[in-house]
Design a protein around this ligand. Structure first.
Ligand code: SGN
Ligand code: CA
Length: 455
């Protein structure tokens, strides 16, 4: 009987061996999480659309080509600080408490956050760039974050050493710091989680000097609904303050007029727009002509900012290739929310309409993800924290509200995947005057309710 048992045991081992091997592929991978500020899916080549002909993002397109592109990734509150608090906690705004950008709505850094759990499990954790949550970060071995919103030129960074100015263009600086940490700041013994967070292409859309003339001779196509009159929509659609026609500043936003406000002088517009001031000094345009011109200026500056973002993604990917880390490093590219590229005549975000509710998500993980994958499931920014914990092989706390997307990355189609998302935008009154609203969205329909009477 003993021999019999031994035989059974051996058979079991033989049967389990390939399963075990499959489980090992991609075990405790490194993670590089890249979060961009206000990057619309409409301006990523891999997402198709009307701007594809510009080839605006060759590096991101390559990333998508080698990995998985999510077609239905959404946020739960389309605004910066709440989205970042959701990223760290895996919870919706009403649970993590940072439901608005307003400074008197405070993020409690003492609460549970995924990076604290990763750190405890032996991951090396680092956070560089824009996080937009006041106060000292917790759970990061290394953190060096932009002060508040962050500036494009000579930005201030906050770290355990206090506030320091870094000279140069913010998009390059963030990746310089990230590469420096990868090369000199970590040990090779343990896996790492590195968060690389860009300020660009956030307002006021200041391009790097070398890209000031990029796309200059090109006419950017307007979206079909550029001249939307909001007829038949909830009155909130007409009551916002984010139209290209009415709400762009001629100075800091469009750079047609010289900037005189102390804030922008402080961050140093450094004369880079003087030729533009000359060019448009004597303009006399009809309302329609000026709206069209503003759209061109806005879109080109935004796309120029994206060019630097894309270049810098390339720098990170090159490092992974050359260091041999690429195979077992998960690279995640996303934004804190979507953005309007003239749809409905708008810039900015906040609405549960598709362009701002939805956000790009591209994941590359050569050891596991089949190249050129496209995923159509409903995923949301509440899923990030759970996904990182799952990648590290850790349990997901019951009070986190999302779901790990690792099964989707492995090419599975779980039967019990969600079929609806919840959304809630709170910041009214506030910049751009978007009314508070909440809603649910499935793959096909959305139901939302504007709280018109809130003051
Ligand atoms: C600033 C911008 C707004 C923008 C918010 C929030 N104005 O207030 O246009 O909507 O940030 O952006 S600015 O004149 O200061 O640029 S967020 O991405 O941080 O939520
Ligand atoms: Ca943002």
């Amino acid at each position: 009987p003993v021999n019999h048992m031994r035989l059974h045991f051996l058979c079991l081992l033989l049967v389990l061996a390939p399963v075990k091997k499959a489980l090992m592929a991609g075990d405790r991978p490194n993670i590089i999480f890249i979060m961009i500020d206000d990057h619309s899916y409409q301006t990523i080549g891999a997402y198709g659309g009307r701007l594809q002909f510009l080839n605006p993002t060759p590096q991101l397109d390559k990333l998508a080509e080698q990995g998985m592109r999510f077609e239905r990734c959404y946020v739960e509150n389309s605004i910066c600080a709440p989205s970042r608090a959701t990223l760290l906690t895996g919870k919706m705004s009403h649970q993590h408490g940072k439901y608005s950008n307003k400074q008197n709505v405070v993020f409690d850094h003492h609460q549970q956050q995924f990076q604290k759990l990763l750190q405890k499990a032996g991951y090396q954790t680092a956070m560089i760039g824009k996080i937009h949550l006041d106060g000292d970060m917790q759970g990061f071995d290394y953190w060096d974050v932009l002060l508040r919103q962050g500036e494009y030129l000579d930005p201030q960074f906050l770290s355990p050493n206090g506030v320091e100015v870094a000279k140069g263009y913010v998009t390059d600086i963030v990746v310089d710091k990230a590469l420096d940490w990868l090369q000199n700041g970590r040990s090779e013994e343990e896996p790492f989680m590195l968060m690389v967070h860009q300020k660009a292409p956030h307002r006021p859309w200041i391009p790097a000097k070398k890209y000031l003339d990029l796309y200059e001779e090109i006419e950017i196509p307007e979206p079909d609904n550029f001249w939307d009159d909001y007829e038949g929509k909830a009155s909130a659609a007409a009551q916002q303050e984010m139209t290209i026609a009415q709400h762009m500043r001629l100075s800091s936003d469009l750079k047609i007029e010289p900037e005189t406000s102390p804030r922008y002088q402080r961050i140093g517009f450094d004369g880079r727009f003087s030729p533009r001031h000359e060019k448009y000094r004597e303009l006399s345009l009809s309302e329609e002509e000026s709206t069209r011109l503003y759209y061109q200026l806005y879109m080109k500056d935004y796309l120029r900012c994206i060019k630097s973002v894309d270049d810098n993604v390339g720098r990170l990917l090159d490092y992974l290739d050359h260091s041999g880390l690429a195979e077992n490093t998960v690279v995640v590219y996303t934004s804190d929310q979507g953005f309007y590229m003239g749809e409905h005549g708008w810039f900015d975000k906040r609405f549960m309409y598709e362009e701002s509710f939805r956000t790009p998500l591209i994941v590359r993980w050569p050891a596991v993800i089949k190249p050129q994958s496209v995923n159509q499931e409903l995923v949301q920014n509440i899923d990030f924290a759970e996904t990182f914990l799952d990648l590290a092989g850790l349990d997901i706390p019951a009070d986190m509200q999302g779901q790990s997307i690792v099964p989707l990355l492995r090419g599975k189609q779980p039967n019990d995947w969600r079929d609806h998302l919840y959304y809630h935008y709170y910041e009214y009154p506030g910049p751009h005057a978007v009314r508070r609203h909440e809603g649910v969205a499935g793959k096909r329909y959305k139901l939302y309710d504007f709280m018109e009477k809130m003051s």
